[in-house]
Design a protein around this ligand. Structure first.
Ligand SMILES: NC(=O)c1ccc[n+]([C@@H]2O[C@H](COP(=O)([O-])OP(=O)(O)OC[C@H]3O[C@@H](n4cnc5c(N)ncnc54)[C@H](O)[C@@H]3O)[C@@H](O)[C@H]2O)c1
Ligand SMILES: [Zn+2]
Length: 370
């Protein structure tokens, strides 16, 4: 449903997620109300700035607000400390003080970078998220994880810093390339697989509408996916335990992304492959019904997400699995499913994981070639 508010109920840090369609005037009102000192810093990337953030900044200026639009070159390769450093300079030059709010206006890269600037500049500024990709709307804008990459790996520097509010407008997705829409849907499918079998089947049924950007279909699925993520975050804000289930499909995904140098696969595509693999591992390790594997496959297929997980598992990819930062001691905290909607965190020794992955991939590739 479009036009409703969800609450991420983190006690003193509780905040609303407004889910809307075509609601630029309301966004402008909310930013104005959020900036009682009359000054606001909007952070975006060049693409989103041109398409969406600049018109909002102009409207705010027109209303007499001192709105500074800071931008950087799009792309994961710019999710760095160098970008953060430049944004500190620009924000200080714009006259930021302890009360100046920051608006993170863009995809997940902008959200993570701007959130980190807000978490650290002047020891912390209030900020809000205006996510403009499906991935950012269903996943990265909610939950308070912020940060940047290092040459040694992704997301190695960061902070937990919850936004004061999140504004999801599905109209922002109208300019998003189809491939980005489909990749983001993988995270919505993840949410459904973890918590809501009915939603999973609904995604399968509406796969065409979703992957071609139908705003009503997207609004429904995005709203439900945010609710699922919010419930998990409320249970375990700092990822002491259960929040780890959100990494379903991500162990293999991260290894695939690293092995391919982050160029070939979008994150969501890698997650799609990782979930297909994790579901199959779940049949052997926690009794997932093979019918449920097909049910997950059907949703991923309906959103035209890649399926060739087995042929991609090779020594290089498995070596990257072993160096994942989510490893505790010598075990990989693998997220498996006992059923759709019933995830389990299973610590697997690295050699066991590697052996099982290899044999699963082998038997699957053989089956494929028969
Ligand atoms: N903090 C978290 O909890 C969390 C969770 C998941 C992912 N992430 C992070 O999110 C990042 C990926 O996010 P992403 O997939 O949104 O990537 P992204 O921010 O790079 O956006 C993808 C591309 O789409 C463009 N774009 C964004 N919105 C657009 C729009 N409305 N119209 C046209 N183009 C648009 C961007 O300029 C960019 O080129 C990764 O860095 C990942 O680590 C963070
Ligand atoms: Zn993800």
């Amino acid at each position: 449903m479009i036009g409703h508010d969800l609450i991420v109920d983190l006690g003193p840090r509780r905040y609303p997620v407004h889910v809307r369609r075509d609601a630029r005037p309301e966004l402008i009102e909310r930013i104005t109300a959020f900036a009682p000192g009359g000054r606001v810093i909007i952070i975006s990337d060049d693409t989103v700035a041109r398409l969406h953030a600049a018109p909002v900044a102009d409207a705010l200026k027109h209303k007499g607000l001192d709105a500074a639009l800071l931008q950087f070159t799009p792309g994961e390769e710019n999710k760095t400390l160098a970008t953060v450093r430049r944004l500190y300079d620009d924000a200080l030059a714009a006259g930021v003080d302890r009360q100046t709010p920051i608006i993170a206006f863009g995809g997940g890269v902008v959200g993570d970078v701007a959130g980190f600037v807000a978490a650290t500049l002047l020891r912390g500024l209030p900020y809000a998220q205006v996510p403009t990709t499906v991935l950012a709307q269903v996943d990265s804008s909610v939950g308070g994880k912020t940060g940047v990459d290092l040459p040694q790996g992704k997301n190695l520097v960061g902070a937990f810093h919850q936004p004061k509010w999140v504004f999801v407008d599905v109209a922002h997705l109208e300019t998003l390339p189809a491939r980005e829409i489909r990749a983001g849907l993988a995270e919505a499918i993840k949410a459904a697989a973890l918590a809501d079998p009915t939603m999973l089947d609904r995604i399968t049924a509406r796969g065409h509408a979703l992957s071609t950007g139908d705003p009503d279909a997207l609004g429904e699925v995005i709203g439900r996916a945010i609710q699922i993520k919010a419930d998990v975050v409320v249970d375990d804000e700092l990822e002491a335990g259960r929040r780890a289930i959100l990494n379903f499909g991500h162990t293999l995904a991260h290894a695939l992304e690293t092995a391919t140098g982050y160029t070939e696969l979008r994150h969501g595509e890698a997650v799609a492959l990782g979930m297909r693999f994790a579901a199959r591992l779940s049949t052997t390790l926690c009794g997932l019904d093979p019918q449920d594997v097909l049910r997950l496959d059907a949703a991923l297929d309906a959103c035209r997400l890649p399926a060739d997980w087995a042929r991609r598992i090779d020594d290089d990819v498995l070596a990257h699995v072993a160096s994942d930062k989510k490893i505790h001691g010598q075990c990989i905290r693998t997220i498996l499913l006992r059923a759709i909607g019933d995830p389990q965190i299973v610590p697997l020794p690295i050699p066991t994981f590697v052996r099982d992955a290899r044999s699963l991939a082998r038997s699957w590739t053989e089956e494929d070639s028969r």
